[in-house]
Design a protein around this ligand. Sequence first.
Ligand code: BMA
Length: 293
Amino acid sequence: MSDPLKLTRYTGNPILLPSSNVWETDNVFNAAIVRHQGLVYMLYRAQGLDRISRIGCALSTDGHHFNRLHEPVLVPETEFEEFGVEDPRITELDGVFYMLYTAYSSHGTRVALARSENLIVWERLGIVLPDENNKDAVLFPEKINGRYAMFHRRMPDIWLAYSDDLLHWTAHQNIMQPRPGLWDSQRIGAGGPVFKTEAGWLNFYHGFAEEHMYCLGVALHDLQNPARVLKRQEEPVLCPLAPWEQWGDVPNVVFTCGGLETEDEYWIYYGGADHVMALATVSKNDVRTWLGN
Ligand code: BMA
């Protein structure tokens, strides 16, 4: 048995802080990450003094240094978004970007879908899981057996569902549950879009335990049938240890909504303490070693 897989923090963390823009003076966190036309786009959840979540956008050439747009790209509009639009996860399918996000209102939390061709102008497609409190939904980067696939979260578990049009979801399956006594003992939720490897889909997910701590973990899902969890590490890959992860708006939180694949590494972007954005990486060699165990 080799050592457990761990993420390594980027030394320049945190990589995005709140700014003097009124809609993002308090917190910038839980961002989707996408490569597009030679740039890295970070679409992050932002909160100002009104505590309403909006989605801001920052751009980078190297994935480390970001310049932000001064206006948010998605602001609450519908009755389901009264308290905010939260935790975007973006997947590119056939040249179109799809964002699943949490619409939060007095109705509760709903999974909503929007589409864009440039990551700046978004068109709402609606609530995709009506009449249920749900969040942490993320689309797979390709169809599986001819259908779109997504993870979502029915408390406290990760679920899988399929669709032909991205709007109507069927074949819901409960595929992964919290593990008593471990760091993910209370509830779990998917992270960003899964990464494809020869061995399966790599899923960096979050888990929450009694001590009120959010950590990140890793699981591997079968390529043809992601409901089959082939491997799931007992230890977390990242827990709140750095000051910006332990102290912020909500203490002791690392929470991911997206990452990037480079030639040699996976880059996992995450919110620290619901307050800032940070980055941690893992080499593909280490992942291969972990897969071989
Ligand atoms: C979850 C989500 C995340 C948040 C986390 C920790 O329920 O709301 O946006 O980062 O709690 O507060």
